[in-house]
Design a protein around this ligand. Structure first.
Ligand SMILES: [Zn+2]
Length: 494
């Protein structure tokens, strides 16, 4: 199953509410000792609640982003992570480490010890020591309870606002599509927290005898990837929540300078790491949906959808989104579980702050559907639009178009047109599309990157090749016997 690219978009979360667990549990301020600093701090979240929150959110990650289907790779990453966690200040947490099926370059930690790296991040890494320093950083966010502190703040804000605010914050999130949905997962920590996580990551990686000089490479590579527009065309999200790579490189160097122990017998693990990513999908996986102009195709789920012409579109792990040229209207598609359309619609429309308008249960291209006009009160004011729930392939899809109050006249044809275009995918080229993969080459003789690219052609650009291999540029010389990544196959950009 790799059909998760558009699951669990905010429409779904309008019902579940990510903070549900907190609201049920109720606020209980207590003073707890920080496991890393030893300092006492006020926390609204007990360790039990922390684990419970993390567990709930981790189910959302599994459903909405999904894991890379490679048990050996998963075990490899989890093995490093768990060895590290066992030696940390909080070894008793239910630590989990997963590679998520996302082309974005990212890593993140949930409260309670649920840690994720994307395959986009792995495709940019070149050694086990680099991976260990990323895992160590995320472990550090958990051991120092950064995510809990952040959630405590979010919880305070949520509690004051009541149930209706779940809708408001989700709608607000739609509007900020750069935030990629799944808001709580991409918490921004403060600079001090990031610095502390780097410091802890350094310590943990060293504790497992990894060559921590590799840590600086991570920041350099992520910075290059971000300047180049990101691996596979996506901005590295880890960088957007972890700014200032230059400072982090120099801080790492300072840590190395003051290091008392020798790094002589430490492990880099270059070939061990690379073997693990041989054959891994590179860049966006078109099986999980791709655009051709305003047409969106989803080969694995076998449907297509046409967005309004000229709108900006984006396929994220949590939703497929289109924004009008004036950026004052949005159409969004996501999965809304298996609730039948009529029931899904009435649930949506019965939320506090939502008012239903004209509704119909007319089918769409032969698929059972329930469609309704609606108005909703949000923090940004009143919005109005059309929501449609469509049953297809055993799932219910939620499609919503909305704009500010008074704007619906201008956009209802666009919204209706998109909803009515939802249909079975029959185009065989689209149905059979395959992703690009990473293939390793052990270079038989010394050559430049340009020569390498001539001898072993890639479907990635030479700039991308340089970044993912941590090679400076086209003229840089690759020594004989070195293992180098190339990118093979994939969809030619239409
Ligand atoms: Zn961080």
């Amino acid at each position: 199953m790799t059909s998760r690219a558009i699951l669990a978009h905010p429409v779904l979360r309008l019902w579940t509410g990510l903070f549900g667990v907190l609201l049920v549990a109720g606020p209980m301020a207590s003073c707890a000792r920080n496991p890393v600093t030893g300092k006492n701090e006020i926390s609204l979240v007990s360790e039990g609640q922390e684990i419970e929150m993390g567990r709930q959110a981790s189910q959302e990650v599994a459903q909405s982003i999904g894991f890379v289907d490679d048990p050996e790779l998963q075990a490899y990453v989890a093995g490093i992570g768990k060895r590290m966690a066992a030696k940390s200040e909080r070894p008793e947490l239910p630590w989990e480490f997963h590679v998520v099926n996302d082309a974005a370059v990212n890593a993140f930690a949930l409260p309670g010890g649920f840690i994720y790296v994307t395959r986009g991040l792995l495709s940019h890494m070149n050694s086990e020591a680099e991976l260990a320093s990323v895992l160590g950083h995320e472990v550090g966010h958990v051991t120092a309870r950064h995510s809990v502190q952040q959630i405590s703040k979010a919880q305070l804000a949520t509690l004051g606002l009541g149930v209706g605010s779940i809708l408001s914050s989700d709608i607000a999130q739609f509007a900020g599509i750069a935030s990629q949905g799944l808001g709580v997962l991409f918490l921004k920590y403060g600079r001090d927290a990031e610095n502390q996580a780097d410091q802890l990551g350094f310590k943990y990686a060293l504790g497992l005898n990894y060559d921590v000089r590799e840590m600086a490479n991570v920041f350099v590579t992520l910075n290059r990837a971000s300047q180049a527009g990101g691996g596979g065309g996506r901005l590295p999200e880890w960088l957007s929540t972890h700014p200032n790579p230059e400072n982090r490189v120099s801080r790492t160097e300072e840590r190395l300078d003051t290091l008392q122990t020798s790094l002589q017998n430490t492990v880099v693990g270059r070939d061990e790491f690379l073997q693990q990513i041989q054959g891994m999908t590179f860049g966006e996986d078109p099986r999980q949906g791709f655009f051709e102009g305003s047409m969106f195709y989803h080969p694995d789920m076998r449907f297509q959808l046409e967005f309004p012409e000229g709108w900006k579109t984006q396929n994220t792990p949590s939703a497929v989104v289109a924004i009008s040229p004036k950026e004052d209207a949005i159409v969004q598609l996501g999965l809304a579980g298996t609730t039948p359309p009529r029931e899904a619609a009435s649930k949506f429309l019965s939320q506090e702050g939502v008012r239903a308008g004209d509704a119909t249960t007319r089918s769409i291209n032969g698929n059972q559907a329930a469609t309704s006009y609606f108005q909703a009160q949000t923090q940004q004011g009143v919005i109005e639009g059309i929501v449609s729930f469509i049953s297809y392939g055993g799932s219910t899809f939620g499609l919503m178009g909305y704009t500010a109050q008074g704007g619906l006249q201008n956009y209802q044809d666009d919204f209706q047109g998109t909803i009515n275009s939802f249909n079975r995918l029959q185009n065989s080229a689209a149905l059979e599309v395959k992703p690009a993969t990473i293939e390793l080459v052990k270079v038989p003789r010394e050559m430049t990157l340009t020569q390498f690219n001539q001898a072993y052609p890639s479907t990635a650009t030479i700039e991308e090749l340089a970044i993912i291999n941590e090679i400076e540029g086209p003229d840089s010389v690759i020594p004989r016997g070195r293992t180098v990544k190339r990118v093979v196959g994939g969809r030619t950009q239409g």
